[in-house]
Design a protein around this ligand. Sequence first.
Ligand SMILES: O=C(O)CCC(=O)C(=O)O
Ligand SMILES: [Fe+2]
Length: 313
Amino acid sequence: MNIIDLEVLHTSHKSDLTKSIEQGVPIIVNGLASCWPGARWNFDVLRKKIGHKEVKALIDLPTTGGELDGGHERYEKIMRFQNFIDLAHDEAARPCYLGYIRSNEFLDDFDKDFLFESITNSYPGDCDTRLWIGSKGTCSGLHSDLKDNIFLQVYGFKTVYLVPFEDTPYVYPYIDNIVNSRIDCESYSPELFPKFKKARVYKGMVSPGDMMFIPKGWWHYLKSSTPSISVNHWFGYPVPGGTYCKMLVRLGPKYIARTLRDMFVYSLMGRQYRKEFFFTPQSTGERFFNYLVSGDFSKENDPVNLQGNRPRS
Ligand SMILES: O=C(O)CCC(=O)C(=O)O
Ligand SMILES: [Fe+2]
């Protein structure tokens, strides 16, 4: 694996981060969020605030990325948040995660404590802020999101791997889902996945106060090494559908054939797509169907279509 250390800057100048955003290159900066109200969040603060609240958590999770055996729903459990916090600190338990949470699902307006828009307000497009609270060992398998992302590590530590979008053919995307990879960055088999050694893999660790920029389309894999609280903010315009069209062509005829089949099976015939990925996105076939019909490849992720997201005025 061709590992490149992720650059870490200690700075309180917004311009150090916006330079990387303009150039579309990843970076970790520390020092920009220290005066945000959310910088003081930790498990005790949250327990006092909303310990009694019921949440839908994922429990007994695998420690490797990729697929959730038996389907996403098998891992869901409704419990009080204080019990979730206890489970997240139980060293004997398997990983648990409250991930991909919007403010209206957790704590009214939690995102007001995180002033991402003071950084991203000059970019057009809608934005979407999400919360990730979990135990040690949570693993968001290697995947690619369609929007630029500022990821803030509030509490605890996570190991991070990033791979450029152009290296997509080397990360072995699933045949039915080209935004999810079959590679587990921490333990992959070079015999099964020989092309992965050609990928440029950026590796780093995010610590409390670190803000990481993940450029749109870039593959990312995150694994917590302690109980952890993170918040992320997607902003700007998504990767255009045409770019994914070209990538499908680069991936080759098998991917194209499967996508055409899935456009038919999942969109036209309405068959349910398997929910076996972490926070399952639509199949590539459904995404291309949306793209053809409405010009919108990221319809399902499109903030304005979803409750809880704020279109930029
Ligand atoms: O922190 C994680 O587990 C996943 C975060 C992520 O995938 C994102 O911010 O896009
Ligand atoms: Fe992501």
